[in-house]
Design a protein around this ligand. Structure first.
Ligand SMILES: [Zn+2]
Length: 184
C-alpha cells in the first residue's frame, strides 16, 4: 500500500524555489535570448518587466511586455522563458503579458542598443518629448541611418525583413542591405 503523501515531491521543489530571490530569477532570465535578435537577452531588451513571487507554491510570475504588438516572436519568448525556468528547476512559473504600457526603447539598456547596432540592425529611435515628431516622421518618410556607415541615404525595400518585426532597408552609402528593428 502506498502511503506516501502526495505533496512530498511538491515540498521538495518548494525548497528549491524558496532559496531564490526575484533578483536571482531575473539573472537567470538573462540567459534567455530574444528569438528575433539572438545577441540580446530578454532582460536587456526590456521585455521582462519584473519578476514577482506568484504566491502559489513559492513559484514566480514573470511579467513581459512585447516589443511590437502582434509580434509572432512573443510566443517563442514565453516558451523560451518557461523552458529556462524548467531547466533551472524553478516552478511553477507563470508568464504574464502586460499590455498596459507599450514597450518603449527607453527600456532597452544602452548596452543592448549598442549590440543591436553591432549585429547590423539599426536601433529603434529614442522616444520622449519628440515622440509626436517621430511618429509623424515614421508615418511619412522615416529616415533610418545605416548601422554600418551611419549614412542617411537609405531606402525602405520591404516592410518585412526576415521576420515580421523587422523591415528591410538598403544603404546607398555602403551598398549593403540591413534590417531595421521596427517597434511601437
Ligand atoms: Zn551604409
Amino acid at each position: 500500500m502506498n502511503n506516501q503523501h502526495p505533496d512530498a515531491s511538491a515540498s521538495t521543489r518548494k525548497e528549491n524555489s524558496e532559496a531564490l530571490s526575484e533578483q536571482e530569477v531575473m539573472m537567470l532570465l538573462e540567459e534567455v535570448t530574444d528569438p528575433e535578435i539572438p545577441v540580446l537577452n530578454v532582460v536587456e531588451m526590456g521585455i521582462v518587466r519584473r519578476v514577482e513571487k506568484s504566491g502559489q507554491e513559492a513559484g514566480f510570475r514573470v511579467v513581459i511586455t512585447p516589443t511590437y504588438s502582434g509580434c509572432p516572436a512573443m510566443n517563442a519568448i514565453e516558451q523560451a522563458i518557461l523552458e529556462k525556468m524548467m531547466e533551472k528547476g524553478i516552478r511553477p512559473v507563470d508568464v504574464v503579458t502586460d499590455h498596459r504600457e507599450p514597450w518603449t526603447t527607453d527600456w532597452m539598456t544602452s548596452e543592448a542598443k549598442r549590440k543591436l547596432k553591432e549585429y547590423g540592425i539599426a536601433p529603434p529611435p529614442p522616444t520622449g518629448d519628440d515622440s509626436d515628431f517621430l511618429s509623424t516622421l515614421k508615418s511619412s518618410q522615416k529616415i533610418v541611418p545605416c548601422p554600418f556607415c551611419d549614412s542617411l541615404e537609405t531606402e525602405l525595400r520591404s516592410e518585412f525583413g526576415s521576420t515580421a518585426c523587422k523591415s528591410l532597408y538598403y544603404c546607398h552609402g555602403c551598398s549593403q542591405p540591413f534590417e531595421h528593428f521596427k517597434c511601437i
